[in-house]
Design a protein around this ligand. Structure first.
Ligand code: ARG
Ligand code: ZN
Length: 853
């Protein structure tokens, strides 16, 4: 069944209050849900309660047994006659231990926890389970005290006590009305890191991060991030926390990153636990960013929620933009922007260019879980960022203030957000709304024009056709640009913000005696592809002289990309310019090592492929390695100098220390590519002497590409040392799946049979298969073995965890981008998946859309 955005109808019943009663058990949990329903529709309509895998054992209305109900599929229809209000009570028993989907109430490592977004609540209790039905929840839970010493739910704890036979109970109440997807419950043997935060109006908030015994000393970074987030949201958005408690629980089996349940966030352990011995600097940043993201949802998501799931980007795009801005403020803003753009280009651009392309506000879906995408999240954040750029900080803040004030306590729409921006920012965003309607990455074709000494930039905008959207209209977008006279003479155009609205538009640049160097889409002001041919000399000049760090990065990346794309089609071009520009950039290494490390990194194989008409994975691998080797050899002295300096202590997590470690990792990779005989020994020494995971993992990853004795030795040491730490063991699987060795497909197949590999844990599945599917040359091995491996995984995982299985399909859906032989092999695997009996809705939707192309 396909759900359409235009079919939205307001709910016929509202549920102001809900009382839930849980008798907890790993194999059997009894749930009684008492819904106080009030009719919202003018005409009497039966009460539709969604269920998934539930069997009602009794239905009562206003306390009396009620027989006027029926099951329609898995939903419960209760006929309430012409009543205006009633209390509807339903009992059901569920088995959390059998819940391998990890949606609803499930068991993980002996504890019970929930994941309800988007439609998991219906696996716990019969309920309309739509985000525009908001209720106050009262949750009583009882269970064995030894098995579940800690009992948590949303809001405040009201009462607790002892029961019979070694049981105990707790009563929680959340005063803030919320949709069912924000409900949460946790019961288990947990320890807590406690802290306090005093809000701007003086409310004392008790903070708790709950983990399994033994993990407590890895929660400090998350706690610091939480307190910083609370402060930042007050200062930047004027948003204050609104309960006396804020709890976070870390769970090892989790489909996504984390979940913003009101007052009780539940996290994948990956985004909570960190210490220098087991977490890399990137892991630390991930913890900080996700803790902030979930905290920020308290306003952008919880206080103001979504009317329906088509509006998902309302909360996710905005919240990603908020967490990106927060991380930029905590560290280096240019480096954060470079990372965010890299993610957008790696994950969202291909999605926008493929069979699963959809606007940030989709028009239809079969399974909403398939729409937690890079488009809804990351392109959604870019759309918010463009509005912030168009409005400027003050007017943007006026707009968000208006949005929060106007919609507090409501289930809102993307349109509500844009309207608040329009009114608060005093701007007409009619055309800008197309960003919510049109899929596909716009392309800006640029050309310089000259009239005497007056120069102009001619911009032609096209938006490519996407499935179901053949004709596109031009988008409104902010384009930041500057122009420089490369010889130092003549006027320069300082940083300028142009607003594009038309298909063809001319922007005056000013007077120049010679062709100026153009710095365009500075800071990546619009999420577009810029098509503008520039000579290597101009790019190298910009890489050295542009005053916008992001634009410097872009210039060097473009220079590398042009060189690589030419090399793949057999044309030697620009290699000397690349080496010169990298050398020049490295002179800034002492001042800003993090930026330099990002800038000198070669574009990924996948991104090189994205520039080609037909992707040739083998030639891309070959030419990228060749350029890497050439840079490695030409600048050998520089790389060695970087590595000769002592690494900063792993406990030093300042941006400067992180930057130095990052640059050391890049230096080691370049040196290794150059093939110097002493590199495996050098890498092994770094691996062995490392006092933290950043250096250790970088050295291991470098070794993993080769076939030295040191490789096997290091992998073995790493495994023995960390076999009992699941998050670190994930890295062991991951570095092998990333390997550039020719036997990687076979190695991944072998690792899938390893005793420590399991389909039960999504992190482990992603560590092996997610990393493998991102290893372009290995995944696209010409005989199709990589495709078969991934399809086998999807088929094996689907019956157990359809949501995570469906997330593995998009790499197979990119078949149009490859040669005919690969196309046939990829399509055959999609067809094989679709031929499986009893396939989930999740996988069916992704595989069938992928096949259609
Ligand atoms: N709202 C969560 C977040 O972004 C993600 C939850 C997604 N859950 C799901 N089952 N798709 O922070
Ligand atoms: Zn989110």
């Amino acid at each position: 069944v396909t759900i359409h955005r235009g079919d939205y109808r307001p709910p016929e019943w509202q549920i102001p209050d809900i009382a839930l009663d849980f008798e907890l058990g790993i194999e059997a949990t009894r749930v009684t849900a008492a819904l106080s329903v009030v009719r919202a529709a003018a005409a009497p309509a039966p009460l539709l309660l969604r269920g998934d895998g539930l069997t009602p054992s009794a239905v009562r209305v206003d306390g009396a047994v009620w027989n006027d109900w029926r099951l329609e599929g898995s939903d419960l229809i209760v006929d309430l006659g012409d009543r205006q209000a009633a209390t509807v009570e339903v009992d059901a028993v569920i088995d959390p231990s059998a819940n391998t989907q990890l949606m609803g109430l499930y068991a993980s490592n002996g504890m019970l926890c929930t994941q309800c977004e988007a439609e998991g609540f219906r696996r716990i209790a019969f309920h309309p389970d739509r985000p525009d039905v908001l209720s106050r929840y009262r949750v009583r839970m009882a269970g064995d005290k030894a098995a579940f010493p800690i009992l948590l739910s949303n809001g405040n704890i009201i009462e607790s006590g002892e029961g019979e036979g070694g049981t105990h109970w707790a009563l929680w109440e959340d005063p803030w009305p919320k949709p069912s997807y924000l409900f949460a419950l946790v019961a288990g043997d947990l320890v807590v890191n406690r802290d306090r935060f005093t809000t701007m109006s003086g409310r004392a908030v008790e903070l708790g991060i709950w983990v399994r015994a033994g993990d407590l000393d890895r929660t400090h970074h998350a706690m610091t991030a939480l307190k910083h987030s609370m402060k930042w949201d007050e200062e930047v958005y004027g948003r204050e926390y609104d309960l006396d408690r804020f709890n976070i629980v870390a769970v090892s089996d989790f489909n996504m990153g984390a979940m913003e349940n009101k007052g009780l966030n539940i996290f994948n352990t990956r985004y909570i636990l960190a210490d220098p011995d087991t977490a890399t600097d990137a892991d630390y940043d991930g913890v900080e960013g996700v803790v902030a993201h979930e905290y920020f949802h308290n306003w952008s998501g919880n206080r103001v929620t979504c009317r329906d799931w088509f509006q998902l980007s309302l909360k996710e795009g905005f919240t990603v933009y908020r967490d990106q801005s927060f991380s930029a403020a905590m560290g280096s803003a240019p480096v954060k922007r470079i990372e965010d753009v890299r993610v957008l280009r790696a994950a969202q651009f291909p999605e926008d260019a493929g069979p699963l392309a959809h606007p940030i506000r989709p028009d239809s879906y079969q399974e909403i879980s398939n729409f937690y995408t890079a488009t809804v999240y990351n392109k959604g954040a870019e759309v918010i960022r463009m509005m912030a750029t168009l409005l400027g900080p003050e007017r943007f803040r006026k707009g968000t203030d208006l949005y929060f004030a106007r919609h507090d306590g409501e289930a809102a729409t993307c349109e509500d957000f844009v309207r608040a921006m329009e009114e608060g920012g005093d701007i007409d965003l009619s055309q800008f709304r197309r960003w919510y309607e049109q899929a596909g990455t716009p392309k800006l074709h640029l050309a310089l024009a000259q009239e005497g000494e007056d120069w102009f930039l001619d911009v032609t905008q096209t938006v490519p056709p996407t499935p179901g959207q053949d004709d596109k209209a031009p988008m409104m977008m902010p384009l930041r640009l500057a122009a420089f006279a490369m010889d130092g003479s003549g006027a320069a155009l300082p940083d300028t913000l142009a607003t594009l609205t038309d298909v063809v538009q001319r922007i005056p640049l000013g007077r120049f005696t010679a062709r100026p160097a153009l710095s365009v889409n500075r800071g990546f002001s619009a999420p577009v592809i810029v098509d503008y041919e520039r000579a290597p000399g101009e790019l190298a000049w910009l890489a050295a002289h542009d005053d916008d760090p992001f634009a410097r990065y872009e210039a060097l990346q473009q220079l590398m990309l042009d060189t690589l794309v030419a090399a793949v089609s057999g044309e030697a071009k620009g290699r000397e310019a690349v080496i010169g520009a990298v050398a020049q950039t490295l002179t800034g290494a002492a001042d800003d090592p993090a930026f330099v490390a990002e800038a000198v990194l070669l574009p990924s194989e996948a991104f090189i492929g994205d520039q080609m008409v037909t992707v040739d994975p083998d030639a891309i691998r070959r030419e990228r390695l060749a350029l890497q080797a050439a840079i490695g050899a030409a600048l050998e002295r520089e790389w060695r100098a970087i590595l000769a300096q002592a690494a900063p202590p792993a406990t030093d997590l300042t941006p400067a220390a992180k930057g130095r470690r990052r640059l050391r990792g890049v230096a080691l990779a370049y040196l290794a590519a150059s093939g110097k005989g002493d590199v495996p020994g050098l890498a092994f020494a770094i691996f062995s002497n490392a006092d933290g995971m950043t250096e250790r993992q970088a050295a291991l990853a470098t070794l993993a590409h080769g076939d030295s004795d040191e490789r096997a030795h290091a992998l073995d040491i790493f495994y023995q040392r960390y076999r009992d730490n699941p998050l670190v063991l994930d890295k062991w699987f991951q570095v092998q799946a990333w390997s550039q060795r020719a036997d990687t497909v076979a190695a991944v197949a072998e690792l899938a049979r390893h005793a420590d590999f399991t389909l039960a844990n999504p992190n482990r599945v992603r560590a092996l298969y997610g990393a493998f599917a991102g290893n372009q040359a290995a995944f696209h091995q010409a005989d199709g073995a990589g495709y078969r491996l991934l399809a086998d995984l999807v088929i094996a995982l689907d019956p157990r965890n359809p949501q995570t299985a469906a997330r593995m399909i998009p790499p197979l859906g990119r078949w149009k981008r490859f040669d005919e032989a690969r196309q046939a092999l990829m399509k055959a695997e999609l067809e094989r998946i679709l031929a499986q009996p009893g396939l989930s809705r999740d996988v069916t939707e992704q595989a069938s859309k992928s096949l259609m192309g």
